[in-house]
Design a protein around this ligand. Structure first.
Ligand SMILES: C[S@@+](CC[C@H](N)C(=O)[O-])C[C@H]1O[C@@H](n2cnc3c(N)ncnc32)[C@H](O)[C@@H]1O
Length: 343
C-alpha cells in the first residue's frame, strides 16, 4: 500500500497575515480566523502567525483602558499548539521553533511576572515641547528583584522634571560640576531622565544584584543624554561601603523606594548623610500611594523633618503600573535643609 502523504489541507476562513495584524491592533482577532491544527498548517503559516501575534511591551503612554489584543480563546489556541506533537512538520527543529514561539506569545498574555525579557521606550519631556526617548531593558522576573522592572513613580517624576528644575523653580539650576545622586535606581529610568533633562553629572545606585542591568541601561542611553552618568552599588544599610564616589551631592533623587517598615529609616539616613548642607541642595522624591503603606509614607515625612529637612513643594501625580494595567496615584515632594541645619 502506498504511504499516505501528509499534505497541508486547505485552511478555509483563515485570515491573511495582514488581516490578522490589522485585527490584532484593534484587539478583534477571532480565534476561528486562525489556522486550526487539524488542517495541518505549514511551518511558514504558523511562524508568520505567531510572529504577528506578538504583543508589544506595555506602554504607559497609551490610555489606561486601551483595548488589549488578548481575545478569549487565544490562550487556549496557543496552549493547543504547545501540547500538539506537530507531527506533520518536517523535523524537530521546526517543531521546537513553533513551540518556543507559541510559549512566548502565551507568556506575554499571562501578566508581567510571566513575561520574558523586554525592551521598552519611555518618552521624557525636556521642556519647550522637546522630548527625548529613554530605552530601558527589563529582564524576565524570575527572581523577586523589584529593581529589575520600572515603576510608575520613576516615569511620573521624569515627566514632571521640566516643571521642577530650572531658574526660579523648586530645584534651582545647577552649576557646572555639581552632581546628583539617585538612590534605589532600579532600571535607571529616573536617573537617566534626570541626566537628560538637567545635563547634570548623575550617579545611579542600587543593590549589587541590580547593578549589572542598571549599568546596561545607562550604557544604552549614554550617547543621547547630556549629563555624564556613573553607576555603582550603594546599599542604604551600608552607606559607608558604597562602590561609587562618596561624599555629598547637590541633589539626591529617589522614586518608589519604600516598601517595608525598615525602608523609611534606612533611606532617610542616607539622604541626611549624602545631601550637601547648603542652600540650593534638594532631595526629590516620589512615592506611590499604595493601600496599606500610609504608615511608611508618614514615617518618611516624619524622619526627614526630624533629620533637619523641610518641604519646599509637594503634590499628587498619576503614575502607571504593569500590574493590573491601572493608574496609580503618587506623592511627589521636594525637600531642602532648614536654615539652622545649613553649614
Ligand atoms: C520599587 S523599586 C523602584 C526602582 C526604581 N526607582 C523605579 O522607580 O523604577 C525599589 C528599589 O529600591 C532598591 N532597594 C531596596 N532596598 C535597598 C537598599 N537597602 N539599598 C539600596 N537600594 C535598595 C531596590 O533594589 C529597587 O531597585
Amino acid at each position: 500500500m502506498a504511504p499516505i502523504a501528509l499534505v497541508e489541507a486547505k485552511t478555509p476562513a483563515v485570515a491573511t497575515q495582514d488581516e490578522v495584524l490589522k485585527k490584532k491592533d484593534l484587539g478583534q482577532i477571532e480565534v476561528l480566523d486562525l489556522p486550526q491544527l487539524y488542517t495541518r498548517p505549514s511551518y511558514l503559516t504558523l511562524t508568520h502567525l505567531l510572529h504577528n501575534l506578538a504583543l508589544p511591551p506595555p506602554s504607559w503612554d497609551a490610555p489606561a483602558n486601551a483595548p488589549v489584543a488578548d481575545p478569549k480563546g487565544l490562550t487556549k489556541y496557543l496552549t493547543t499548539i504547545i501540547s500538539s506533537p506537530l507531527k506533520w512538520l518536517a523535523d524537530d527543529s521546526e517543531r521546537e521553533q513553533i513551540w518556543d514561539l507559541a510559549s512566548a506569545r502565551l507568556s506575554e498574555r499571562c501578566g508581567r511576572s510571566a513575561r520574558g525579557d523586554m525592551s521598552r521606550t519611555f518618552r521624557i519631556p525636556l521642556g519647550d515641547g522637546e522630548e527625548t526617548e529613554v530605552r530601558i531593558f527589563e529582564p524576565s522576573l524570575t527572581e523577586d528583584q523589584l529593581g529589575l522592572k520600572t515603576w510608575g513613580s520613576a516615569y511620573s517624576l521624569c515627566k514632571r522634571l521640566p516643571e521642577l528644575y530650572g531658574e526660579g523653580k523648586l530645584v534651582p539650576r545647577c552649576e557646572a560640576g555639581e552632581k546628583a545622586l539617585e538612590l534605589g535606581s532600579g532600571t535607571g529610568l529616573l536617573g537617566i531622565g534626570w541626566a537628560g533633562v538637567t545635563g547634570m553629572g548623575t550617579v545611579l545606585t542600587d543593590l549589587p544584584e541590580i547593578e549589572a542591568n542598571l549599568r546596561r541601561n545607562v550604557e544604552d542611553n549614554r550617547d543621547d543624554v547630556a549629563g555624564v552618568m556613573e553607576v555603582g552599588v550603594l546599599d542604604w544599610t551600608r552607606n559607608g561601603e558604597a562602590t561609587i564616589g562618596m561624599g555629598r551631592y547637590r541633589v539626591v533623587l529617589a522614586a518608589d523606594p519604600i516598601y517595608s517598615k525598615e525602608h523609611p529609616g534606612w533611606l532617610v539616613g542616607v539622604v541626611v548623610e549624602r545631601l550637601e548642607r547648603r542652600e540650593g541642595a534638594r532631595f526629590v522624591l516620589e512615592i506611590p500611594i499604595r493601600e496599606g503603606y500610609s504608615w511608611e509614607r508618614d514615617e518618611v515625612r516624619r524622619l526627614l523633618e526630624e533629620g533637619g529637612l523641610e518641604v519646599v513643594g509637594e503634590g499628587r501625580g498619576v503614575g502607571r503600573d504593569d500590574w493590573g494595567g491601572g493608574e496609580v496615584e503618587g506623592w511627589w515632594s521636594v525637600w531642602t535643609w532648614k536654615k539652622e541645619c545649613l553649614e
